[in-house]
Structures are given as structure tokens and as C-alpha cells.
Design a protein around this ligand. Structure first.
Ligand SMILES: NC(=O)c1ccc[n+]([C@@H]2O[C@H](COP(=O)([O-])OP(=O)(O)OC[C@H]3O[C@@H](n4cnc5c(N)ncnc54)[C@H](O)[C@@H]3O)[C@@H](O)[C@H]2O)c1
Length: 371
């Protein structure tokens, strides 16, 4: 018998820049001209059918003018496309077009595009670099930063994927001008979540400036885009792989994801998270971590943002309880929740542990009592 030891200790530097600004396509072209992707000159621009005409085609033309080679690959817009089969279809189209592992992927769009294109980049040719060009508030606030990539399956959202960091993220606030108001509101759920879990001053800012933000006022939008990144990164830099602290970013997502799937994606991601945040505050009140008055401030801010805080009538609440068990925080078959402590903080149940088991009957009581 022989035993060989394969020494593969690695020091990895996955650091990258997030650039927040307006009309960043020119900056992207400039960065590429100055070696952002080293010697790689072939790009696969991945986008969806709505963003294609608005932003992806002009960006594609700009990169071709620069002398880069590449083409645009588009898929039908919407969460229903975030599947293994869309990923496989895009991969097949890239292979047919002669793409090899010397290319790079450029994701132009919202969270669906960045999750799908990032996952594809992480596995195409065993991994090619990618860039995120975020065009929604939700992608800016959350999806485009942090390196989580995934697709949905019929049973649950985001369970099949990779941690795979982009080479650079562009957050182009001008793109928010073409977002339908419902998408702006959806993006604000993750913004409210960040304020709830990390920063009471930011929460107060949102209370005072919600109308301006919803009207896409540039200063307010630039501020919230930056603050979202700072808060998310404060967490991700300390726990990239979600072994402890990063779980705090799941605030509101246990119920949120279950509601999202059970709605058959009638609810947008942020709308589902908003309902999940409302459920989480009710649980936090029950456990004594937040006062009813502060819980009411959270639901009122969500409503100010144009978000739902009630479980839709078409969702069966007992089914909802069952669906909670598909959450990735479940351990040994038990439900685990991140809970808010006051405004701007979360509960640390023991050193480094930010999610706690809560019995099914307590959770059921809360969900049945919710409006
Ligand atoms: N990876 C992560 O850490 C993370 C975090 C939060 C959410 N997510 C994922 O993000 C997704 C939701 O993101 P989303 O809300 O950006 O969804 P999305 O990408 O589906 O975009 C929403 C809609 O807006 C359209 N759109 C995009 N940009 C536009 C623009 N500038 N103008 C007009 N229309 C535009 C899209 O075509 C789509 O129809 C979910 O799949 C969720 O699971 C991932």
C-alpha cells in the first residue's frame, strides 16, 4: 500500500473593488482597457431579456469598440429563469460559440443575473473570472456583493451554488431610474434589513428619507448604496463562508425564502424578505429581544418603503411552517432563526453564534397570529 500526501495549502487573495457611481459603463471600458482582466480579451456578457436592450447591448457594443471579442447571452427575465436548466443552456451556447477557459464573464443585470452568471463563471472551464455590473437596487444592496452565487430548485431557493468572488462590482445608480417602482421597493427590503441588524442611525435616515429614495434622488441613492456595501462587507470580510457571523445577513430570510417559494414567485424576493422581517420582529418580541414599539417601527418602515408585511391569503400557513425546514440554517432537523435585538443589532446567542433554535410550536403560533 502507498500513501501520497497532496500538499495544497493556499493563500488566496480574493479582494476586489466595488465602485458605486453613475453611468459606469465608460469606467468599466476604461478598467478593461487598463488590464482589469489581465490578458483575457474574450467576454461572455450574460444578461436577461429586459436589461438586454436597456444596458447590456450598449455595454457590449462599447467593449467590442474597445477591440475586445465577445457576445451577449440573454435569458428570459425573472426569478423563474434562475435554474440549473438556464445555466446549462447558457453554458451550451457558450461552448457552441467556441468559448474556452481563457474568457471572462460579465454579468449585467439584477440579482438573478449575478447569481446565475456568477455560478456559471465559477464552473465554466472549472472557473473563469467574472465582473458584476449591478442594475437593480436589490443587487446593489445585496446580491452583487459578497460572492454568493446560486440557482433555485423546485424545492428551495439558492441551495445549489458556490462561493465565488467577482473581480470587480459596478453599482450604477443611474440604472435605478428605469426600475419599476415595485422593484425599487423590493430592493429596499435588504436595505431595511441592513439597518435593522447593524445601524440604528441608518435606520433613522431611512425613516426620514424614504420618499426621496423611492423617487430615486441621486444623493439619497448614492448614500444608501454605499452604506449597504459597508454593512454587508463589514460582515462578509469577517466570515466569508457563513460559518457564524455571516448568518446575521439571513435576518428575515427564514420565513422570507419559504414565503417566496410558496408564492410561486408571485412575490418578489424583497417583498418576501419584508414579510420575513415582520415575522422575525414578532418572534423577537415574543423572546423579549425587541420592544413592541421598535417592532412597529420596523413594520412601519417596510410599509413606507411600499413593501408587504402580511402573509398573503393564498399561502397556507401550515404549509409555510413545513417549508421552513428547507432553510439552509436548519441543523439536525431543527429550525434556527436570526433575531433582532432592538434597532441596529442582532442577538449573539453565545460567542460567535447568531442563529438559535426555536421550537416549531412557537414559530407556528407567531405565523398563525400574523396579519
Ligand atoms: N447572492 C446573494 O447574496 C443574494 C442576496 C440577495 C438576493 N439575491 C438574489 O437576487 C435575486 C433578486 O434580485 P433582483 O430583485 O435584482 O431581481 P432580478 O434580477 O430579477 O431583477 C428584477 C427585474 O428588474 C429587471 N431589471 C433589472 N435591472 C433593471 C433596470 N435597471 N431597469 C429596469 N428593469 C430592470 C429585470 O429584468 C427583472 O425583471 C433573487 O434571485 C435573490 O435570491 C442574492
Amino acid at each position: 500500500m502507498s500513501i501520497f500526501r497532496v500538499e495544497l495549502k493556499k493563500v488566496v487573495d480574493d479582494s476586489y473593488e466595488i465602485e458605486v457611481g453613475r453611468s459606469l459603463a465608460e469606467k468599466l471600458a476604461d478598467d478593461l482597457a487598463h488590464g482589469l482582466m489581465d490578458s483575457r480579451s474574450r467576454f461572455a456578457l450574460i444578461t436577461d431579456s429586459r436589461v438586454e436592450k436597456l444596458y447590456a447591448e450598449p455595454i457590449c457594443r462599447r467593449l467590442l469598440d474597445l477591440g475586445l471579442k465577445g457576445q451577449l447571452f440573454s435569458f428570459p427575465a425573472g426569478e423563474k429563469s434562475k435554474t440549473r436548466s438556464t445555466k446549462a443552456e447558457l453554458e451550451d451556447r457558450m461552448l457552441e460559440a467556441g468559448y474556452h477557459r481563457d474568457c471572462f464573464v460579465l454579468a449585467v443585470g439584477g440579482g438573478v443575473v449575478s447569481d446565475l452568471a456568477g455560478f456559471l463563471a465559477g464552473t465554466f472551464g472549472r472557473g473563469v473570472p467574472f465582473i458584476n455590473y449591478a442594475t437593480t437596487l436589490l443587487a446593489a444592496a445585496d446580491a452583487s456583493v459578497g460572492g454568493k452565487t446560486a440557482v433555485d430548485t423546485p424545492l428551495a431557493t439558492n441551495l445549489i451554488g458556490l462561493f465565488y468572488q467577482p473581480r470587480k462590482v459596478y453599482i450604477d445608480i443611474d440604472c435605478w431610474n428605469t426600475l419599476p417602482p415595485r422593484e425599487i421597493s423590493s430592493g429596499l427590503a435588504e436595505t431595511v434589513k441592513h439597518a435593522c441588524l447593524a445601524d440604528s442611525t441608518f435606520f433613522e435616515y431611512l425613516e426620514r428619507h424614504m420618499a426621496e429614495i423611492r423617487a430615486v434622488s441621486p444623493d439619497a441613492c448614492e448614500y444608501i448604496a454605499r452604506r449597504n456595501c459597508e454593512i454587508k462587507y463589514g460582515v462578509v470580510m469577517r466570515d466569508e463562508r457563513e460559518t457564524g457571523l455571516r448568518e446575521v445577513l439571513n435576518l428575515g430570510h427564514t420565513v422570507g425564502r419559504a414565503v417566496e417559494v410558496l408564492s410561486g414567485y408571485r412575490l418578489l424576493h424583497g417583498e418576501a424578505v419584508s414579510i420575513g422581517l415582520a415575522a422575525q420582529t414578532a418572534l423577537s418580541v415574543r423572546m423579549g429581544y425587541i420592544t413592541p414599539a421598535d417592532a412597529a417601527r420596523v413594520t412601519s418602515l417596510l410599509e413606507q418603503a411600499g413593501l408587504p408585511v402580511r402573509i398573503p391569503e393564498y399561502i397556507d400557513r401550515n404549509m409555510l411552517v413545513k417549508k421552513l425546514y428547507t432553510d439552509k440554517k436548519v441543523r439536525n432537523g431543527r429550525l434556527r432563526f436570526v433575531l433582532q435585538r432592538g434597532i441596529g443589532n442582532v442577538v449573539e446567542f453565545s460567542p460567535g453564534v447568531f442563529a438559535a433554535e426555536i421550537g416549531e410550536s412557537t414559530v407556528r403560533d407567531i405565523l398563525l397570529a400574523m396579519p
